[in-house]
Design a protein around this ligand. Structure first.
Ligand code: PLP
Length: 396
């Protein structure tokens, strides 16, 4: 076989993509074991029947051919309206490209921002795909760790140092955050925006959890002074409308950047299926109350988690402010995140993600997805808390 290019061969530098525990849990389920899966960010309800009806009607109505590469005008306009209403930044269809999910938007954004070998900054802990996405775009993935003692909020001074030392071209942020469940406060975003302005960086802002905010408010860095021209917002229907499998999202930014990204889409994805776009439009037209309904189970489960875990011995719950995850510090048990997750899976048949799957900074932590029905979630957390208490007592 001829050589595989380094950007692909070395995409997952550690030789792992961090999903081993998830795969082990799936094997156990396939073998008939009653594992409670609190691993991936997938809703426990399927896509709403009203959205499926729109998809079906569109497909049967003929929307099965090539769709316009930038996306249907009506959908681009609806997304632009949603962004403008949320951020206050005037936004038109020319500022929006429809993409097959947020993931492909993340890849496109880095291809736009970075020439081969340029440094692209990302914060640790991070969504599992980030470093691989940057490397696949032929950029240099530069990790900026955040501190568990500061609740994993980024330190703008550390970001400024990394930007200077590596002559970085972009900064990737994610709020509400996966895996930490934090929502960045305005002061932190102002600090990061200041670095982006001072060092002329692209800010790539992953906002796929923008409707899942339990405390504080979602603020897009695009709304901050001098940021509209340098921010690429990554959005998605996956989390806000329970449409993960439909693969539809967007990238929003300056019209000139979007025009280049349309050229890129022409040579990569060639757009998104028309019947999926029609379904997305129907979903957006259902309005904010519909989105709130999809987010509601996670808001409820966050309260269940606080009730069970906030004063639990043997672990520490990070403030759950947004997104569909909880981050727990399990260092009092003497176990690593991997050790804890592995033992919990074997002994309690509960699958969670080790913090280490999301970067070195989350060592000694676990991420719990709030993605099973309330009663099952309550039972799982009660068992998890008992397990942590027993482990911590054993090392005390
Ligand atoms: N960004 C973050 C932070 C995510 O957690 C996910 C999915 O879990 C994505 C992007 C990708 O989402 P999509 O389904 O839109 O590709």
């Amino acid at each position: 076989m001829p050589p595989i290019a380094p950007r692909i061969a070395q995409m997952n530098a550690s030789g792992s993509d961090g999903w081993e525990l998830f795969l082990r849990a799936r094997e156990m389920v396939a073998a008939g074991r009653p594992v409670i899966e609190l691993t991936i960010g997938e809703h426990d309800v399927p896509t709403d029947p009203a959205i499926l009806d729109a998809m079906d009607a569109a497909a049967r109505g003929g929307h099965t051919g090539y769709a316009m590469v930038p996306g249907h005008d009506a959908l681009r306009t609806a997304i632009a309206r949603r962004l403008a209403a949320q951020s206050g930044v005037p936004t038109g269809p020319e500022n929006v490209l429809v993409t097959p999910g947020g993931q492909s938007a993340l890849f496109a954004a880095h291809l736009l921002a970075c020439a081969p070998g340029d440094a692209a900054l990302y914060l640790d802990p991070h969504y599992a795909t980030y470093p691989g996405t940057i490397r696949a775009a032929s950029a240099r993935a530069v990790r900026v760790p955040t501190d568990p003692a500061r609740g994993f909020l980024p330190d703008p001074e550390a970001v400024a140092r990394a930007a200077r030392d590596h002559a970085a071209r972009s900064l990737l942020i994610n709020t509400p955050n996966n895996p930490t469940g934090r929502v960045y406060p305005e002061a932190v975003l102002e600090g990061l925006a200041e670095v982006a302005r001072a060092r002329d960086l692209w800010m790539i802002s992953d906002e796929v959890y923008d409707t899942q905010v339990w405390q504080g408010a979602h603020l897009s860095p695009r709304a901050l002074p001098g940021m509209e021209e340098r921010t690429l917002v990554v959005g998605s229907m996956s989390k806000s409308f329970a449409m993960t499998g439909s693969r539809i999202g967007w990238i929003a930014g300056p019209a000139r950047a979007i025009s280049h990204l349309i050229d890129l889409a022409t040579v990569t994805t060639y757009g998104v299926a028309g019947f999926i776009q029609k379904a997305a439009l129907a979903a957006l037209e259902a309005g904010p109350a519909f989105e709130r309904g999809i987010a509601a189970p996670f808001a409820r489960r966050r309260e269940i988690a606080r009730e069970i875990l906030e004063d639990a011995p043997g672990l520490r719950l990070l403030p759950p402010e947004g997104a569909m995850y909880l981050m727990l510090d399990v260092r009092p048990t003497g176990l690593s995140g991997e050790g804890f997750a592995s033992a919990l899976l074997e002994e309690e048949e509960i699958a969670v993600m080790p913090g280490e799957s999301f970067g070195e900074a989350a060592r000694g932590h676990i991420r719990v997805a709030m993605t099973v029905p309330d009663a099952q979630f309550r039972a799982a957390l009660t068992r998890l808390a008992r397990f942590a208490e027993a482990r911590a007592a054993a090392v005390a």
